[in-house]
Design a protein around this ligand. Structure first.
Ligand code: SF4
Length: 428
């Protein structure tokens, strides 16, 4: 049976650097046309080399993220997509997404992308307040975002997602409420609503303790307002920060949350295949050089143990409304979760979790504090592990057990032949 896999292509170029951005990307001033051209050549070569290893796999999602993929140029984006299609593994009904920024792409180019097979657009709107957009270093206005959605519709895109951020400096509840309503008025199929995180190394970092930032209580009210209003507009919450009209949930992002396989290309791209996580250098020139010369390309890699995978199940699925089930967890990992259940019952009393149809899920209030709750849950799982002693476990506290004998989770086979990937065409 063929396994499904998602493809991610990281495009590390932007017009300019936004004040809050922690993604690996270079502003226009730091990248020549020659560099962009070499990047495209390297990604194509990299994909061509991997194609031979895709036997037994079907690609059902492709995601061009960044950076600002539209900054690469329409012709180059299409050329990369065509190389993936040439591999013969891309399913006809694949979800093929490209991120764009308002004002970064013409109507004609949107039509070309649609005709080439891109069928989902993710537009970085971020706010409906032009002053806030300016302060964030965005190079567009809300009117540009409205125009971008209109152009995308005219080009034939019927699956559009928009991103918006709350918790911005000087943002009030009133201005946030106005933004949410204007964003909903764009009538996109999908909305991602992120909380501003001020990270070291970004332009906003020096304002991290600023009194102009909305405090935690205000941010909580903003989040709950968005959950409530978006539901009234027909957007169902399916993950902490993601809302969609029925049938328009992001198939690609769901792979990340359900622990499914995905393969990344480009600098800073991450992959998860056959329980191995690996990522490439965050330096586009180094990436180009490594692909060109055949040098080791993987910067970090980690083979996940069964117990780590069990932790990921709890951590990632609790981010979604899919939630977790005791039965499913035991079925997959042959582990009990009594201590986790004790915690979930307490969370239920606090209004942070609910139990329905055999599954535990966080409520919107629980999502708001999910980092802390998931931390406690993982601690409980570790405590539980040290308390159990099963005949199939050689050493309950050691890393390796015989649990895989009972693991019913479909394990990807075929790609990389079950071997551990350590670099381009290198195997352990
Ligand atoms: S456009 Fe996106 S990727 Fe580029 S700097 Fe701004 S937030 Fe970062």
């Amino acid at each position: 049976m063929d396994n499904k896999v998602g493809i991610y292509v990281h495009v590390p170029f932007c017009k300019s650097k936004c004040a809050y951005c922690n993604f690996y990307s270079l502003p226009e001033s730091a990248c020549s046309d020659e560099l962009i051209q070499s990047y495209q050549g390297a990604v194509i070569k990299h994909i061509e080399e991997y194609s031979a290893q895709l036997d037994g796999y079907l690609i059902d999602t492709v995601y061009f993220g960044g950076g600002t993929p539209s900054h690469l140029g329409t012709g180059r984006l299409i050329a990369i997509l065509n190389i993936l299609k040439k591999s013969g593994h891309v399913l006809l009904d694949s979800e093929i997404t490209v991120e764009i920024n308002p004002g970064s792409i013409s109507k004609e180019d949107l039509s070309k992308l649609r005709k080439a097979g891109f069928n989902r657009l993710s537009i970085g709107v971020q706010s409906a307040d032009d002053e806030a957009l300016k302060n964030l270093g965005r190079t567009h206005t809300f009117a540009d975002a409205e125009e971008a959605v209109k152009d995308a519709r005219a080009a034939g895109f019927n699956n559009i997602s928009v991103d918006v951020i709350y918790g911005l400096p000087s943002q009030t509840k009133d201005s946030w409420e106005r933004t949410v309503q204007l964003i909903a008025g764009l009538k996109a199929e999908h909305i991602s609503c992120y909380n501003l995180k001020i990270e070291e190394g970004t332009g906003l970092y020096e304002y991290k303790d600023s009194p102009f930032l909305p405090d935690e209580d205000i941010q909580a009210d903003m989040y709950l307002y968005a959950v409530d209003i978006l539901a009234r507009y027909g957007y169902k919450q399916y993950e902490i920060s993601n809302f969609a009209r029925r049938g328009f949930e992001s198939k690609h992002n769901i792979k990340y949350w359900l622990g499914d396989d995905y393969i990344g290309f480009g600098p800073a791209a991450h992959s998860y295949v056959e329980r191995c996580r690996y990522s490439f250098t965050e330096d586009v020139e180094q990436y180009i050089e490594q692909v060109k010369t055949g040098k080791r390309i993987v910067e970090h890699d980690e083979q996940m143990s069964d117990f780590e995978n069990a932790g990921e199940y709890l951590m990632l699925r609790l981010r979604t409304v899919h939630g977790i089930s005791e039965e499913e967890y035991y079925d997959i990992y042959r582990l009990k979760m009594d201590l986790v259940l004790e915690l979930l019952k307490k969370y239920e009393e606090s209004g942070w979790a609910t139990f329905k149809d055999g599954r535990w899920r966080f409520t919107p209030k629980g999502f708001m504090v999910s980092n802390a709750l998931i931390g406690e849950i993982l601690e409980a799982q570790t405590r539980q592990r040290t308390q159990i002693s099963k005949p199939w476990q050689k050493d309950p506290t050691g890393d390796e057990t015989q649990m895989t004998l009972f693991d019913k989770r479909p394990v990807a086979a075929g790609l990389f032949g079950g071997r551990r990937l350590i670099g381009r065409n290198e195997f352990l």
